[in-house]
Ligand binder design. Sequence first.
Ligand SMILES: Nc1nc2c(ncn2[C@@H]2O[C@H](COP(=O)(O)OP(=O)(O)O)[C@@H](O)[C@H]2O)c(=O)[nH]1
Ligand SMILES: [Mg+2]
Length: 363
Amino acid sequence: MKMHLVGGFLGSGKTTAIAVACQQLTQQGLKVGVITNDQGQYLVDSEFLSAEGISSAQVAGGCFCCNYDQLDEQIQRMTAGISPDVIFAESVGSCTDLVATVLKPLRKFRQEKMEAVTLSCFVDARMLMMHTNDRRLPFSADTTYIWEKQIEEARLIVVNKIDLISPADLPAFKQALTAKYPGKKFLFQNSLDEGSVRGWLNELEANGDSNKLTPLDIDYAKYGKGEAELAWLDEQITIKTSHGTATKVAIDFIEGLTSSIKRQQLTIGHLKLMITSNGRQRKISFTTVSSPAAETNELRTFFGQSNEVQLTVNARVQTAPEVLRGLLEVELGLLRTVDTIISEENIVFFQPGFPTPTHRILS
Ligand SMILES: Nc1nc2c(ncn2[C@@H]2O[C@H](COP(=O)(O)OP(=O)(O)O)[C@@H](O)[C@H]2O)c(=O)[nH]1
Ligand SMILES: [Mg+2]
């Protein structure tokens, strides 16, 4: 069995690429599974993968490194269940130091069952270009430190969303990357394109093995602070109306929330929603650099009129958790009327706790 560990910041495109890769491997007759990871419990990514017909399990309530035994348990379960040829493990987007805390422990404790363990780091091409152009990223210094450390520890860097970079800027960008990061392998990828994702799979197959990676030299105080500067909010919302307007209310909520985050000048790590209505499901994402309008317009046509919509919300935004919760409450409050019943369940909002890995193998 091969294990592909997929790291990289919130919203960089990990789940999208994994889903496309799984479809391709399945078509080749291989059995694949995905283990998702998050600090929260009700995960849009897990719902998304199930909707795509992909076997998935989750390590929830904390990152792989701090819940290593849960990761190991999920690998065992998956092995006993579907006996996969390949497992993708997607780590939480605010996590780093994966070589010492996940890869090395996997090699040490599960060596006999793994043909290969690989590590890829996904990065949003637009943010990487800002970085190579010496522009500040829209995160605090400590959160930016995590983003930088994720790139530092991997050899294989998937420069994702390359379709969103102007072709005219590409040569200089590639040159700047080679100069800034000697020794790394860069893949320029559009994860919405099957052929492009095939290139990543080929690279994992041929050169992905991670046994030469060295553990990071990392300041945990800075790392912990960077994580704690992000607020996490998860909840499930049900909107019920009687005149077919539930889709409209859901879209008004999403647009209201994104505008309000923008007005407050808060940086989004990743705001993901799974929308379910009329027996159909759709994931919608807003990331650090994204343009929401086009996406919400498309939802109207996709869902049509309906009297009930369910939303799973996973918001990771740079602010205090209470502030994020306050924004959601205000937006939902504005939409409640005698005909529009909005209920909320499984609400959690918090800052990630200080990272305390189960294992940290530095040799
Ligand atoms: N244009 C473009 N969008 C992408 C690409 N990869 C992912 N996305 C979008 O980026 C958003 C975040 O993707 P997701 O896979 O959930 O990110 P994750 O947080 O790293 O798992 C989604 O809206 C995706 O559709 C890409 O290569 N090109
Ligand atoms: Mg994801």
